[in-house]
Design a protein around this ligand. Structure first.
Ligand SMILES: [Zn+2]
Length: 401
């Protein structure tokens, strides 16, 4: 499976993947998914939002056990974020068939469309639409950098966009959804475990900081006469690092725009975007409040005006405890491990979106460097196999309960 997927959407220059939703590369990945499903005799279907499903057993029956992930990528993404979950799902099914398991419930493998949001700027579009967390009109208005709308892109890829929208009946037939994913951090590497269980997705948000000063000549304006917003911005970046460090959270200024953006001009405006995430809401509030307070002080010091706007916010997603505990029991029963690590994550996933509608859990596979969203993203073959076995154990346990 990896050999077949490897060349699809891979950029020769960067070595990274550019599998944007509904692009040629995405269509190739989708053809691969369909071939994997049909090659195993699974019933293949596409839902109203373009998510692909492969069914073993009756899709109309209740209490289905569903696994899967996504095949699209960020710009120059790695091979594992998304595809590891889909490949592991098919491999886990093969493993269970090899064990001669009789399934007491329908089992499905899913590929959610447009998880990364690389093309239309909004993540998890496929699962958000199905879960009713993205309005149909809003989805129809999404456009890419070339002005192509989401419906147009779906149509060009050979999918029917006319019925996009909430899919509560389909979701109601799912008894449990388990997404396996490469870890996007180093917790498992540090604890020495191959596989872990997700506890929660951290609350996270984006804030825009506009520092307004006065443009002037970089050569003739005395330092004391300047109102330089770059200074306040720079101090705020350091404050963000300090506040996050103190609270055990993360805070990042990763995007900036400067006006007039001239080498020999003191800026009039520095606009920086803060991304901050923490294990719980109170910690995140403390971090962001601390950064805002520091930013206002620095702005005052330099005679700079400051506006702060929260552009987006996603509250904490706590995965269902009963399902999580059941998965922990299954994994502990299937191995000689005393305890399977349970870890939080700062990254969003389809599983997080679905958790509002369906009992949902996640398994993480060790990432030795923690690097993700990069061509250097990696998981060792041994760990990937351990992930498949763990997923197979979980699916077997859940279809029997
Ligand atoms: Zn992912």
């Amino acid at each position: 499976m990896w050999r077949d997927l490897e060349p699809l959407g891979r950029n020769a220059g960067s070595g990274g993947y550019r599998r944007y939703a509904w692009s040629e590369a995405d269509v190739e990945c989708r053809a691969w998914f369909r071939a994997q499903a049909e090659g195993r005799g699974l019933a293949y279907e596409v839902d109203r939002n373009g998510n692909q499903w492969a069914w073993l057993g009756d899709p109309e029956a209740q209490d289905a056990v569903v696994t899967g992930s996504h095949l699209d990528s960020v710009p120059d993404g790695g091979a594992f974020d998304g595809p590891l979950g889909v490949v592991s799902s098919f491999a886990a099914l093969d493993e269970l068939r090899g064990r001669g398991v009789e399934f007491g419930k329908p089992l499905a493998i899913v590929n959610f469309g447009d998880e990364e949001g690389a093309r239309f700027g909004l993540a998890c579009v496929g699962s958000r639409l199905s879960a009713g967390q993205l309005g149909v009109e809003q989805a129809r208005r999404l456009t890419d950098a070339d002005g192509i709308s989401l419906p147009q892109a779906m149509e060009r890829a050979g999918y029917d966009p006319t019925a996009i929208g909430p899919d509560p009946e389909r979701l109601a037939r799912i008894g449990a959804f388990v997404e396996l994913h490469v870890e996007q951090g180093r917790a498992l590497d540090l604890s020495g475990d191959q596989v872990g269980i997700a506890s929660a997705i951290w609350p996270h948000g984006r804030w825009r900081f506009d520092f307004r000063g006065e443009a002037n000549h970089a050569g003739t304006t005395r330092l004391v006469d300047r109102r330089d917003p770059m200074l306040s911005y720079a101090e705020t970046v350091l404050a963000a690092r300090r506040e996050a460090h103190l609270a055990g959270a993360v805070a990042t200024f990763g995007k900036i725009s400067v006006e007039p953006n001239g080498v020999n001009a003191i800026p009039s405006l520095v606009r920086g975007w803060l991304d901050s995430r923490a294990a719980d809401q109170a910690t995140l509030d403390t971090v962001v409040t601390g950064i805002e307070k520091a930013a206002r002080e620095y702005a005052d010091t330099h005679g700079v005006e400051l506006d702060i706007v929260r552009e987006s916010f996603t509250p904490v997603v706590e995965f269902e405890h009963a399902l999580r505990d059941e998965i922990a029991r299954i994994l502990q029963g299937a191995s000689d491990r005393l305890e399977v690590p349970v870890l939080g994550t700062g990254a969003g996933h389809d599983a997080g979106i679905l958790s509002g509608s369906v009992p949902t859990a996640m398994l993480f596979v060790r990432n030795p460097t923690g690097v993700s969203h990069s061509p250097a993203e990696y998981a060792a073959e041994d760990d990937c196999v351990a992930g498949v076995i763990a997923l197979a154990d979980v699916l077997e346990g859940l279809t029997r309960r």
